[in-house]
Design a binder for this molecule. Structure first.
Ligand code: SAM
Length: 231
């Protein structure tokens, strides 16, 4: 999958992309991440990418021209049509289902905002879908874009070492994952549940299912309510 990111701070992506699974995913060419600096497309003398809002009010708004020009430059780099996602607290809430949906795409074009956000004509003109990573306001869309790249990448075939890793984990079927333990079997007086040491795979599967249900009920009852609504 190809990710294009339009941002004023491409350097922010360097560290997350150069470690662990995301680094390996790029090395194996499961993903390609292309960063474009919106400021490179500013045409005025001071490379200005923002301006005062019409009608007054605090802060600055991202101007149309640098974003449009950056976008057109990105689009022509690859013939694959991309789904255009604009990072915004006003957007569709990002969750595991949305990540799964995006993992089916061949190309995602992510636009990260700054300041007070984008001139409205950018959303309209680029036919961008707005995506929010939660009901809070970040200083910029870079972290949101990284969250999307990370969570979508790990769903792509061959990216995670163990093919099972995606299957049981939290949200995979609207439940939180069961508790996990590793060696030693006792630490500071806390023992690993006997069933996990029993070698009885049927019992282990049953225990895990029960634990998943219990912790979802306790910590995220909203997930179960949503599941019931879908039935
Ligand atoms: N004034 C805007 C509003 O109230 O909708 C918020 C602007 S915010 C300070 C600057 C940029 O951060 C936004 O344009 C967006 O790209 C990004 N951003 C902030 N919160 C976000 C969130 N929850 N999800 C995704 N992107 C977010």
């Amino acid at each position: 999958m190809r990710f294009d990111v339009l941002t004023l701070f491409p350097e922010m992506f360097e560290s997350p992309l150069s470690h662990s699974i995301l680094r390996r995913a790029q090395e194996s060419e499961a993903i390609k991440v292309v960063l474009s600096n919106i400021r490179d497309f500013a045409t005025d003398t001071y490379s200005k990418v923002d301006d005062k809002p019409y009608g007054g009010g605090p802060g600055m708004v991202m101007k149309c021209q640098p974003v449009f020009d950056c976008y057109h430059n990105v689009v022509k780099q690859d013939a694959t049509k991309g789904r255009v996602l604009m990072m915004s607290p006003q957007g569709r809430r990002f969750d595991q289902k949305f990540a799964r949906e995006l993992s089916k795409e061949k190309r995602l074009i992510l636009i990260a905002g700054r300041y007070e956000g984008f001139d409205e004509r950018i959303r309209i003109g680029l036919e961008a879908e707005q995506v929010s990573i939660g009901d809070y306001v970040l200083t910029g869309g870079e972290l949101a874009a990284m969250v999307i790249i990370d969570s979508v990448t790990r769903l792509l075939d061959g990216v995670l070492g163990d093919a099972e890793s995606n299957k049981d984990e939290s949200f995979s079927e609207a439940l939180l994952e069961y508790p996990q333990y590793t060696r030693p079997d006792e630490y500071c007086g806390m023992r690993v549940p006997d069933v996990l040491l029993s070698g009885d795979h049927g019992k282990i599967a049953e225990w895990r299912r029960q634990q998943s249900l219990e912790r979802t009920k306790k910590w995220r009852p909203d997930l179960l309510e949503n599941l019931e609504k879908q039935d």
